[in-house]
Design a protein around this ligand. Structure first.
Ligand code: GLU
Length: 428
């Protein structure tokens, strides 16, 4: 058992240092890229429904913007920490670079639990966040988006606040907006679909027929819901998903040998993806402890919840049948677990490649918002497929050519691109 508490930023730096060594990166570039360029910490006072004022802590971290405006989501989470936001901002820089979109990396957060906040109180947090940050965000500087427990409605409140302060329409300020209010068709599906586009390519290069494959997914939020649908569309089968139960404060896994039905489960889930156990049993699901998602006898594992899920403590439970792990979440696998996965020869599509579909579609949304001209859904999704497929193959080719682990290959491409942009600008 590992005893040291998990720190996502230390993990992001350890991953970076490892590849910086492989690339023999110079000292100044290392110093520039291993810490965020800017960070903001602030208080958000909100008048609660009972008349009292509660002060929430908010953050925004801009890790690097050498390739374009900082880009990345805002999370609402009761356990949010600045180091988690730093890690996630850093991963956004690599994510935008690996899919080669002209954006940098940022991330924001608020320590709060939307489960216990009314819509009016949540609106207060969103507007308060923008009141603290409006001088340092915008279509040309830093472009937020949804992330864990934030929604299109939250994005629209943030946009409205910024537009009110600035006195102009700036739909390119934020992405993941509702479709009828400057959002892009395809954005909701984009991350989950992107995960499956990279899985499809991974199975092709491994010579595995997707129609023979079963998968187990951790989480039943936005990423998971659309990953299930896309995998089923391509002929694969998801037999298990796990989800967080708000009432019990614990997670459960839902198993069905002939494949789970995402629509049916969404019908009995709350808006954060928490599935009603009793109703799931009535629909024929076996309800297991949440941690069992990792131990299923399947070909594919897709962690699509939070960071630090495949760790030294849990990796031993991965079934010998598993051939591919596709990381839908950010930072789900720790460096210790990575070593075990490597030794076992399991093929990994690393997080900032696998889940880049969300930000890629955000980029498309921003382009459409800035032009004020919107594309058809098929056009968006086919552009997304093209980007994800090309990114997968450039990483895979680098991995084959240099005999790199897939995560290291993805890092090598991303770091090289950001280092080059920083050099071209004369920063290092
Ligand atoms: N929050 C998502 C991510 O981690 C999307 C970010 C974005 O669209 O800017 O990739």
């Amino acid at each position: 058992m590992s005893t040291k508490p998990f720190n996502a930023f230390e993990m992001a730096q350890a991953q970076f240092d490892r590849v910086a060594d492989l690339l023999d990166l110079d000292r100044a570039t290392r110093e520039l890229l291993r810490v965020p360029m800017r960070e903001y910490h602030f208080s958000i006072p909100v008048r609660m429904d009972d008349g009292s004022v509660k002060v929430f802590r908010g953050f925004r971290v801009q890790h690097n913007d050498a390739r374009g405006p900082a880009k990345g989501g805002i999370r609402f989470h009761p356990h949010e920490t600045i180091d988690t936001v730093r890690a996630l901002a850093t991963w956004m820089t690599w994510k935008c670079a690996v899919v080669d979109i002209p954006l940098g990396g940022g991330k924001g957060g608020v320590i709060c639990d939307p489960h216990h906040l009314s819509m009016r109180e949540q609106e207060g947090i969103c507007r308060g966040w923008v009141r603290q940050m409006w001088r340092n965000v915008g279509p040309l500087t830093d472009v937020p988006a949804p992330d864990v427990m934030t929604t299109p409605q939250h994005m629209l409140w943030m946009l409205d606040e910024l537009e009110t302060i600035r006195g102009e329409h700036l739909p390119g300020f934020i992405t993941g907006k509702p479709v009828h209010m400057g959002g892009s068709l395809g954005r909701t599906e984009a991350t989950g679909y992107g995960v499956i586009f990279t899985l499809r390519e991974a199975l092709k290069v491994k010579g595995i027929d997707i129609r023979t494959c079963t998968a187990s997914i951790q989480g039943f939020g936005n990423v998971s819901q659309y990953a299930v649908r896309k995998l089923h569309e391509l002929g694969g089968k998801v037999v298990c998903v796990s989800s967080w139960d708000q009432a019990d404060q614990t997670s459960y896994a839902f198993f069905k040998a002939d494949g789970i039905d995402a629509d049916a489960l969404m019908g009995i889930a709350d808006k954060f993806g928490g599935i009603d156990k009793a109703k799931a049993k009535e629909l024929g699901y076996t309800v297991l402890p949440g941690a069992d998602w990792i131990a299923q006898e399947v070909d594919i594992l897709i962690p699509a919840a939070l960071e630090n899920q495949i760790s030294a403590d849990t990796v031993g439970r991965v079934h010998e049948k598993v051939k591919v792990i596709v990381e839908g979440a950010n930072g789900p696998t720790t460096p210790e677990a990575d070593e075990v996965i490597k030794q076992r020869g399991i093929f990994v599509v690393p997080d900032f490649l696998a889940n880049a579909g969300g930000v890629t579609c955000s980029y498309f949304e921003q382009v459409q918002s800035n032009m004020n001209y919107y594309w058809e859904r098929d056009e968006v999704l086919s552009k997304l497929d093209t980007k994800m497929t090309a990114a997968f193959h450039s990483v895979y080719e680098m991995a084959e050519r240099q005999k790199f682990y897939m995560r290291d290959a993805a890092y090598a491409i991303a770091i090289n691109r950001v280092a080059q942009a920083s050099r071209d600008r004369g920063w290092v």
